[in-house]
Design a binder for this molecule. Structure first.
Ligand SMILES: [Zn+2]
Ligand SMILES: [Zn+2]
Length: 346
């Protein structure tokens, strides 16, 4: 089968590899859509603590089952499925408490196991028994189903920071996840959603895609004053930092209202993880700062359900569709922020 093998850092090879042969407890999926994620770009340049090379990456993946091992129950060839990539061990301290996103022995498709940037993907037994294979609701396309994973991460983030009805929500960063956060906050009943974005080009794109109420550029606008004006001087109830910027993290603490919450959703670069924060904002405003980085199988199931119900749609966030051999081009498009979601269709 054709595949994109990351042989090592920045060494991506489009090549023929043997098609995996599933055991009696595994399944084989014909990949129909695999979306490029910010993490795929990070892995390409820097590797990842959970990855050994060579590896086929790609973890936002959906496809059709072509082979189902005889011991696997509940699935049949022809089933359309989306895979939740983060596979909890279900034995550790956090798994036992139902906090599977915090699993101490987390393994992931596209990291520990080969992922979706290939014609076929093996679904290992741990992924099946971990409840990570979900049937795609009728009427939902493979490419939208592949976006259940980033959507699940947004659901986890907004749960942990209590986004709810009547909130004023600020999202800093208007990439694909910034836009998804904005839309999700909307269906959770946010009163107002405000997008902040330092790239003029991205801000223009967000005006079409994010479905927010206000759009500001912190490089040009005094956003502290703007948000005070919108909130009667209080500040924003929820601030989501959907970008990897220490300045944005610092700004978030300034923008949040007393008793509000902030989520550092975007991680900082691993070689530059320090930020200068005015912690007196936490001290005096009695607000909460949290971070989230992934999702559990349950969040993925919920994400697919919500997408299937039509309550939230993400199809128009897909700006590029490319064949497998153009993965490198796709990584470049995503990295430069020229588009929002780039889908590889093997
Ligand atoms: Zn992802
Ligand atoms: Zn665990």
């Amino acid at each position: 089968m054709k595949s994109q093998v990351l042989e090592n850092i920045e060494n991506l090879q489009f090549k023929e590899v043997p098609r995996p042969e599933p055991s009696s407890r595994e399944m084989l999926m014909k990949v129909q859509a695999c979306a490029i994620c910010g993490t795929d770009i990070k892995i390409y340049h820097h590797g990842h603590r959970l990855i050994t090379f060579p590896r086929i990456t790609g973890h936002e993946v959906a496809g059709e089952l072509v082979e189902v091992g005889e011991e696997v129950e509940g699935f049949a060839p022809g089933d359309r499925v989306a895979v939740a990539p983060a596979v909890p061990c279900r034995r550790c301290y956090y798994c036992q408490r139902g906090e599977e996103a915090m699993c101490e022995n987390l393994r992931a498709v596209g990291y520990y196991w080969d992922g979706g940037f290939a014609e076929y993907m093996l679904i290992p037994r741990e992924v099946i028994s971990g409840g990570c294979v979900n049937k795609i609701p009728e009427g939902l396309s493979f490419e939208v189903a592949a976006l259940a994973e980033p959507f699940a991460c947004a659901i986890n983030a907004q749960e942990l920071m209590w986004v709810s009805e009547g909130d004023v929500v600020v999202v800093i960063g208007s990439g694909p996840l910034g836009c998804i956060h904005s839309r999700l906050a909307r269906i959770k009943g946010a009163d107002k959603v405000i997008i902040l974005e330092v790239s003029a080009h991205r801000l223009e794109m967000a005006k079409e895609k994010a479905r927010a109420d206000f759009y500001f550029n912190p490089a040009e606008d005094n956003v502290v004053d703007k948000i005070k004006a919108i909130t009667g001087g209080r500040g924003a109830d929820r601030v989501i930092v959907a970008c990897g910027s220490d300045k944005a993290q610092s700004l978030a603490l300034e923008l949040v209202a007393p008793l509000g919450s902030v989520n550092f959703f975007g991680g900082l670069p691993k070689d530059k993880p320090l930020a200068t924060l005015n912690t007196n904002f936490l001290h005096y405003k009695e607000c909460y700062a949290v971070g989230t980085h992934g999702s559990s199988p349950q969040h993925n199931r919920l994400a697919l359900e919500v997408l299937g119900s039509g309550l939230l749609d993400v199809e128009d966030l897909i700006t590029h569709r490319l064949p497998l051999k153009e993965l490198k081009t796709g990584l470049g498009i995503a990295e430069k922020g020229e588009g929002l979601k780039v889908i590889i269709e093997p």
